[in-house]
Design a protein around this ligand. Structure first.
Ligand code: ADP
Length: 270
């Protein structure tokens, strides 16, 4: 059967003995594909009804002055809940897109400084002055990747820092050398995370504090998105945190993903 998928495990015993085990994972693979398709289809189908609801609610909210007070409050509640649902559906769709196609077709040379500055502006808007956000660039090489995907990954990390680090925290968005490669780093000196949560943090819907993260508007998919974006860039996510001592999220790229600094761009930056 040409559609069969086999997984081989080869174990060496001494110099000349091998144990070869073959496992038929066709069914597992099909089930996984069904799960992905199902999530993608449901998310897609939810988009239209949500758009209709949003449209009507906007009209009612414009008429808020004419509505009885209790009704007005209800409309505001419905608006915020449909917004949440929309964020969730968008993140689910993004995630299934990231899982389902190969990626790489939109990879260009990225200037990490421009990327970090754009994310900083958005994070500042979300923070509304409750945190100090700064961009630090210590590496001159540029990065090869998808502009859209990297922007979404770093935004997720920066928005998390704004949402979870707490008021008065300092947030640093940094591009720096890391081993032979380099890393995009989002660091905060806020509330931090108990290390026992770290291994599961990138799982879908895994949250340290469910109540709080729902209140802050997260979907529970942010770090799963970051992880998938990085997988498509041969990069990995490293999380370093302790309770009460802030958190550092590093997107670590191998040197094969870096390009020598463009002299023109460097001249402009200086
Ligand atoms: P969401 O933020 O939507 O809940 P994420 O996948 O983005 O989902 O994050 C998972 C969890 O990790 C969050 O619920 C939060 O508990 C924790 N977290 C993420 N970033 C930070 C941070 N900078 N400081 C403290 N906790 C964080």
């Amino acid at each position: 059967d040409e559609n069969m998928i086999l997984q081989f495990q080869i174990t060496l015993y001494g110099d000349d003995e091998r144990l070869v085990m073959a496992r038929d994972i066709t069914r597992l693979h099909r089930l996984e594909q069904m799960r992905r398709d199902f999530v993608a289809n449901v998310s897609h189908e939810l988009r239209t009804p949500l758009t209709v609801l949003t449209g009507y609610l906007e009209t009612y909210s414009d008429m808020a002055g004419m509505l009885p007070e209790r009704l007005g409050k209800g409309v505001a509640q419905m608006q915020s809940q449909t917004r949440r649902m929309q964020n969730l559906v968008n993140d689910l769709l993004l995630l299934s897109r990231l899982e389902n196609d190969q990626g790489g077709s939109d990879h260009v040379r990225l200037d990490p400084t421009t990327l970090l500055q754009a994310v900083k502006r958005d994070a500042e808007a979300l923070s509304g002055g409750r945190q100090q956000i700064e961009v630090v660039v210590e590496e001159s090489r540029s990065l090869t990747g998808s502009e859209k995907e990297m922007h979404s990954a770093v935004s997720n990390l920066a928005f998390n820092a704004v949402r979870y680090a707490g008021d008065g925290a300092h947030i640093t968005l940094r591009w720096r050398a890391y081993g032979e490669g380099a890393c995009l780093e989002v660091e905060d000196d806020g509330e931090g995370i108990d290390p026992r949560h770290l291994p599961r943090l990138t799982e879908r819907f895994y949250r340290v504090d469910k109540g709080r993260s729902t209140a802050t508007g997260g979907t529970g998919l942010g770090l799963a998105i970051v992880k998938h974006v990085l997988l498509r860039h041969e990069a990995r996510l490293d999380i370093d945190s302790r309770l009460g001592e802030g958190a550092t999220f590093r997107c670590i790229f191998p040197s094969s993903r870096l390009a020598a600094a463009d002299p023109v761009a460097l001249g402009r930056a200086g």
